[in-house]
Design a protein around this ligand. Structure first.
Ligand code: ATP
Ligand code: MG
Length: 466
């Protein structure tokens, strides 16, 4: 090792390197190790002769020396995990006569005790940081993929196919569906399948954020923008979602003034924090969802027409569960698998007798309602088979065929006044309920979904003996 005219014996150089606090490795442009000091070799349990000439990735864990020797860009104070410990690494490109020749890298540790002291202080902080990093990534990334969307129903698979195609586009997307049909699942899957999947998926529930907070939630604010504003300001959801997807759930509940601001953002693709001076370009894709009828809202003047058109570039309509009964049992079984995990149970199945009950119901709460029904059943289940008695009463009753009033009506039979027909139906329903409840008035009233007093009143009115 000779430096332009100053000769320093090689042994001296070696000793100097051993004395300083950092360990040293030198690689050429291809990442091949040219030098590694002996203490570093000791630490890695390798003989110096075995390190020289090998690619640095084969010798040092998590190294980036081969990258720095290639890009010429230094990396200072990065954290590198070696043998289960975090170390501070500095990596410098080596330029000789302006030409990139390789890189020199140092890691800090002088002796085991010093490293241990340092490690004890730093390690808990790094663990904490990693925990929050993992949590952040988990919360702001998509959890579901198209594979999680069960169902073979025609209208449903058409919606799924459209969503899959739409995931490749950058246009805004609108998901329409009743409550519990899987709108959020669709939004996750679309993000997951898109080129933005490595970037955040940010969900905003427009219905749950108070109106006066929605603007700062979406656009963020600068320090001192208002009393109580956090120090350093706060990023809004659009800024957080940069390069990713922002899912505006329950968009139908967004107040009109915010709709205007959202429209401006969609047109300009720029945000301005509250109290901020400079607009900032933000690249996000918007997926909006609602269970409301936006067209009706546009007609009523409660939803901006121009915003509706902006969002409605791609519209996906998820059919309600009652229109996809052919998928019901498949979904129910899939949900059971999910619930088994949640409750640490195994091999739970639905008995055949539950099938007509599940199929007869109209499921106003859609898949979420089905999930709740199954969760409730598992909670009261002793064995492994869910049967009719584990289902809520309103479902148990669904199997009862529509009451036939008197004799089956024949074409030639005169049409009776509606009041009379309804009274006959009511009387029959009361009798059937009493029979099914084996005389228990309380249960009969429950089966009918009416109060006990009203049940007694009606029985008296129709002269039913109780
Ligand atoms: N196709 C599907 N296959 C399996 N599970 C589904 C499917 N669609 C929805 N689910 C499940 O149903 C539940 C409701 O779905 P999600 O939250 O996406 O509905 P939503 O339309 O956003 O409802 P809401 O309007 O109430 O917010 C979730 O637990 C989800 O996992
Ligand atoms: Mg939802």
């Amino acid at each position: 090792m000779v430096h332009k005219g100053i000769a320093l014996p090689v042994e001296w150089m070696e000793e100097v390197i051993n004395l300083v606090a950092e360990r040293l490795v030198v690689v050429d442009r291809d990442g091949i190790i040219k030098y590694m000091d002996s203490a570093y070799c000791d630490f890695l349990d390798i003989r110096p002769s075995h390190s020289i000439g090998r690619h640095v990735t084969e010798v040092i864990e998590n190294t980036r020396m081969h990258i720095v020797s290639n890009t010429g860009i230094p990396e200072i104070s990065s954290v590198q995990s070696i043998k289960g410990s975090e170390m501070i690494a500095n990596r410098y490109p080596i330029f000789i006569d302006n030409e990139l020749k390789g890189a020199a890298g140092t890691v800090i540790f002088r002796n085991p005790q010093e490293w241990l002291d340092y490690s004890e202080k730093i390690q808990p902080l790094l663990d904490e940081l990693n925990y929050y990093k993992r949590r952040y990534t988990k919360e702001n990334s998509s959890k579901y993929t198209f594979r999680d969307l069960a169902g073979k129903n025609k209208a449903f698979t058409a919606a799924k196919a459209l969503a899959e195609r739409g995931s490749c586009s950058q246009s805004s997307l609108l998901i329409i569906g009743e409550s519990g049909t899987g709108k959020e699942l669709f939004a996750h899957s679309i993000h997951h399948n898109s080129t933005r999947s490595r970037f955040p998926f940010i969900r905003v529930n427009c219905a749950s954020i108070p109106e006066h907070l929605l603007e700062s939630e979406l656009f963020g604010y600068e320090e001192g923008a208002f009393t109580g504003a956090s120090k350093g300001g706060k990023k809004g959801k659009f800024e957080l979602g940069h390069k990713g997807t922002v899912f505006l759930d329950e968009i139908g509940d967004m107040p009109l003034p915010m709709q205007s601001k959202l429209l401006r953002f969609l047109q300009e693709k720029e945000i301005e924090r509250i109290g901020g001076q400079m607009p900032k370009a933000v690249d996000v894709r918007i997926i909006a969802a609602t269970h409301r009828n936006l067209e009706e809202m546009v007609n009523e003047g409660t939803f901006r027409q121009d915003l509706y058109y902006r969002l409605n570039v791609l519209k996906i309509e998820i059919p309600p569960l009652r229109e996809r009964k052919d998928d019901l049992m498949e979904i129910a079984n899939l949900l059971l698998k999910k619930l088994e995990k949640k409750f640490f149970r195994q091999n739970i199945s639905l008995s055949k007798s539950t099938e007509p009950l599940l199929l007869n119901h109209s499921w106003p709460g859609n898949i979420r309602e089905l999930e709740n029904v199954l969760e409730r059943a598992i909670n009261i289940l002793d064995g492994h088979i869910i049967s009719a008695e584990h289902l809520p009463l309103y479902l148990q009753d669904a199997a009862v065929p529509a009451p036939v009033i008197g004799n089956p009506p024949r074409e030639e039979e005169p049409v009776k006044p509606l009041k009379e027909t309804m009274a006959a139906a009511e009387k029959e329903a009361l009798e059937r309920a009493l029979k099914k409840a084996q005389g228990s008035k309380q249960l009969a009233a429950r089966l009918l979904g009416i109060g006990k007093t009203s049940f007694y009143d009606k029985c008296r009115m129709y002269h039913i003996k109780i």
